[in-house]
Unconditional design. Sequence first.
Length: 144
Amino acid sequence: MEERTRGGRRTAGTASRRAAERGMTLIEIMIVVIIMAMIATGVAVAVMPQLEKSRINTARSDVAAIRTAVQLYLAENPSGCPSVEDLKQRRLLDQAKRTTDPWTRDFVIKCHAGDDPEVYSLGPDGQEGGCDPGRSSNDGCDEE
């Protein structure tokens, strides 16, 4: 292609064509990547606490279902305290559903003579005494 000139000067069409062929510089690309990383960091900071709250609420819901299954088991077998596997074998819990807490630990089941069974999760820290979803009405998990 020949460049069109008018009086020794390039026309506007040629200058814009060269700018289009030039593309983006490395600095421009790095600025875009940095802006995207800052946006992703902001989203992650906002979402991560909600994820932990969601796990705690899921654990509370699972504890309620397991507690009901334990009560049904104890109505038929008042002498022993079942494990989660016992509840699955007797089909008191759905075989297809996950039977560990959201942190992939087993639920704790304790049976006390004459009392309702105690079912809870060890929570995110994996230790008793911290946030133990389902342990009691005040299970140590912060609610906001």
